[in-house]
Design a protein around this ligand. Structure first.
Ligand SMILES: [Zn+2]
Ligand SMILES: [Zn+2]
Length: 339
């Protein structure tokens, strides 16, 4: 099969790899679409990938074969089904899994697809855990399938917050996760949403997805909507913005950190402000299994319009150039690869 592999010189190239075979508890999925994520771009530059590694964790496709297994690990009934795949394998037995907070499963990360360990879905076929396959409703498009994973990230962020339909909410950054967060907030009944975004194109998309106001500068979020902010979502993943969120949120409000910063980059947050305003800061990492399952239904039901978020669908051969383009200011929002 063809796959996009990381090369020793840091580039991405289409290579020939053996067709995967499903072992016990595993399924092989023929990939229809796989989105390029900001974390893929970080990963490519991190030096953490070995030569030959295949990235790609935002994907959907059709199960072409599956191995035996017990209970949820028996994927044989999935053969022929179109699925969106949760790209982590949860153990199902640790304390965090047992309380439903599967995003925090220690084993889950170790069994992540396309994150440097197991090969991901920038390929014709990918081996996955049968238990991670979520059959999609009939009629769900391939583009929608690839948006389930990033939508689940946004949905989890909204669920980590205490927004209510009447809340006044700020979102910093209208990249893919910021845009999905707006969609998930709207789906939760929130109407007062103000977005900080410098790019006019992205600001327009934010409004199309349901933002009620935009500000070019994050410092102007409150004045742009003319109200105090109950909750601020940091979706830009830059170290400066959490402090701005802390300054802007109302006393007793909440800041939710969704955007992922570089692992070795410290944040500057003035603890005095944090204390005297009694702001709650919540981290939000990926999604629990229930968020992913609900994201399948939400995206299939039209929670986010792929025409607004997906800039283009490209062949595997375009992976290397696409990664570069996504880094350019004014570049595309979300690119999907179609093997
Ligand atoms: Zn991602
Ligand atoms: Zn676990």
């Amino acid at each position: 099969m063809r796959a996009v592999a990381y090369q020793a010189d840091g580039t991405l190239a289409v290579v020939e790899k053996p067709d995967p075979v499903a072992g016990r508890g595993q399924a092989v999925v023929a990939v229809e679409r796989c989105g390029i994520c900001g974390s893929d771009i970080h990963l490519r530059r991190s030096g953490m990938l070995g030569p030959g590694a295949v990235m790609g964790h935002e994907f959907a496709g059709t199960v072409v074969s599956a191995g035996e297994g017990e209970g949820v690990d028996d994927g044989r009934g999935l053969v022929g089904q179109r699925v969106a795949v949760l790209p982590f394998r949860r153990c199902g037995a640790c304390p965090r899994c047992l309380e439903g907070r599967t995003a925090l499963c220690v084993e889950g990360m170790a069994h992540g697809l396309g994150l440097g360990g197991l090969d991901g879905a920038f390929a014709e076929y990918v081996t996955v855990s049968s238990r991670s396959c979520h059959p999609v409703p009939p009629g769900m498009t391939a583009d929608q399938g690839a948006l389930v994973e990033p939508y689940a990230v946004a949905l989890h962020g909204v669920r980590r917050s205490r927004v209510e339909p009447g809340s006044v909410v700020g979102v910093i950054g209208a990249g893919p996760i910021g845009l999905m967060t707006i969609a998930a907030l709207r789906a939760a009944g929130v109407e007062a949403i103000v977005v900080a975004e410098r790019s006019d194109t992205r600001a327009e998309l934010a409004v199309a997805l349901g933002a009620s106001a935009v500000a070019a500068d994050a410092h102007q979020l409150s004045s742009a909507i003319g109200d105090d902010l109950d909750v601020v979502f940091e979706c830009a993943g830059v170290p400066e913005t959490p402090q701005i969120a802390l300054e802007l949120v109302r006393p007793g409000g909440q800041v939710v950190l969704v955007g992922v910063t570089n692992p070795d980059e410290p944040l500057t947050m003035v603890s005095f402000l944090w204390i005297i305003k009694e702001v709650d800061i919540a981290g939000s990492f990926a999604y629990d299994d229930v968020d992913y399952a609900d994201a399948v239904i939400a995206v299939a039901g039209g929670a986010v319009d792929p025409a607004l978020v997906v800039s283009e669908v490209r062949p595997l051969e375009d992976a290397d150039a696409s990664f570069d383009e996504l880094l350019e200011p004014g570049g595309p929002i979300k690119l999907l690869l179609a093997p």
